[in-house]
Design a binder for this molecule. Structure first.
Ligand code: NAD
Ligand code: GLY
Length: 364
């Protein structure tokens, strides 16, 4: 087991990464001071539950914990206010109290939803992340928790840090191939924003990563988590630097919203968004050859880089203007300067973004 630390003063917490870690969930939860007197809630989804819920419940019971489980339907559409209310109902019926904890067993959808429940229940209870997707090496770290509004992604949420992240990489072996690619999009993002060598390492090891080679995966996940932890430690609530983690996300979130939160996986939408950011960099005269290099890297992971022709540019532009990063006719974009280095650009004209989006439909 490897341990990385997210340094946030009194809210610091470890990320445990390794094999067979679900077996240790009970003892690690005890070590983190969670009460055996209060009931606890495990949130998961209906694709993860058949694989791992029983083991987690069993290990928790063996360590003396009482738990109740809530299983949501798999997929982005569960990140909704309606589902939030249903999970809250389970928490209230199970009589969770201020010493209770909420455990998120699953990918980013379960993590974001359960985390928002943990942040809101009695104004905040203990939260534990148990990520089971590659993408969740990103989403389980950093304390952003949220549900979607039909008009805009992640619009209703909070910052609520977990007390630990327990990342059992053995769970990744049951991931469908499309989810593997989607998760690797965020891994590559960590290289594209801050670590040129890591971005090229990802590209060069794409086939090993896609095949879930354990050595490649261990290095990639650790490096990705370490980059995320470093950024979050410096700027927990996105006063500045943390925004770089949003590379590709303004266009990507709009693609997810226009696709009805189901057509595109998060990592796929972000992939098209990162290709768009590279085009934007070139349109703003901030870099050359960025688009071709970025596209080559994303394609190595079998990720999409082109907007399907039936997606309406008008609808996409509308969705982007609901984004948290839009103010007074100008947009804030994370723009690459080179591979491994990005800038936060605060005054990108809407027309330039529109022309990039139009180009994204044509590039193939
Ligand atoms: P997800 O949670 O929907 O999981 C992907 C799919 O894989 C689901 O169908 C799930 O049931 C299934 N699955 C999960 N683990 C499995 C396993 N081990 N074996 C078999 N199937 C498994 O999606 P995701 O890609 O993990 O996360 C995407 C979400 O994360 C988006 O909502 C995105 O906005 C959010 N996100 C949040 C942050 C953050 O900082 N909070 C950062 C990045 C992304
Ligand atoms: N995914 C963006 C962030 O964690 O800040």
């Amino acid at each position: 087991m490897r341990t990385l630390q997210v340094e946030l003063g009194e809210r610091s917490y470890p990320i445990y990464i390794g094999s067979s870690l679900l077996q240790k969930i009970g003892e690690l939860t005890l070590q983190h001071g969670v009460s055996t007197q209060s009931p606890h809630l495990i949130v998961t989804d209906d694709r993860v539950a058949p694989h791992y819920l029983h083991l987690v419940e069993k290990k928790m019971a063996e360590a003396g914990f009482k738990t109740v489980s809530h299983i949501v339907p798999a997929g982005e559409s569960s990140k909704s206010l309606a589902m939030f209310e249903q999970v809250m109902t389970t928490a209230i019926q199970a009589k969770l109290d201020r010493s209770s904890a909420v455990f998120a067993l699953g990918g980013g959808v379960v993590g974001d939803l359960a985390g928002f429940v943990a942040a809101s229940y009695m104004r905040g209870v203990t939260f534990v992340q148990i990520p089971t997707t590659i993408l969740a090496h990103d989403s389980s770290v950093g304390g952003k928790v949220a549900v979607n509004h039909p008009l805009a992604k992640n619009m209703i949420g909070a910052f609520h840090q977990p007390v630990m992240v327990l990342y059992d990489v053995d769970t990744l072996t049951s991931l469908p191939a499309r989810e593997v690619s989607s998760g690797l999009s965020e891994m590559l993002k960590h290289g594209l924003i801050l670590d040129e060598a890591f971005a090229y390492w990802c590209r060069d090891h794409a086939s090993d990563l896609l095949a879930l080679d354990s050595e490649a995966l261990a290095y990639g996940l650790e490096r990705g988590c370490a980059i995320k932890a470093k950024v979050v430690s410096q700027d927990e609530r996105e006063g500045g630097l943390r925004a770089i983690l949003n590379l590709g996300h303004t266009i990507g979130h709009a693609i997810e919203a226009v696709g009805g939160y189901g057509r595109f996986l998060h990592g796929e939408a972000i992939s098209i968004g990162m290709a768009g950011s590279a085009l934007l960099a070139e349109a703003l005269g901030r870099g050359t050859n960025l688009f071709s290099t970025t596209r080559e890297m994303l394609s190595a992971f079998q990720l999409p880089v082109v907007l399907p022709s039936d997606i309406s540019v008008d609808e996409l532009m509308d969705a982007m203007q609901h984004d948290k990063k839009f103010t007074k006719g100008r947009m804030v974009f994370i723009v690459p300067e080179q591979i491994g280095k990005v800038s936060i650009v605060h005054d990108v004209p809407v027309e330039t973004v529109r022309s990039v989006v139009e180009q994204l439909k044509k590039e193939g």
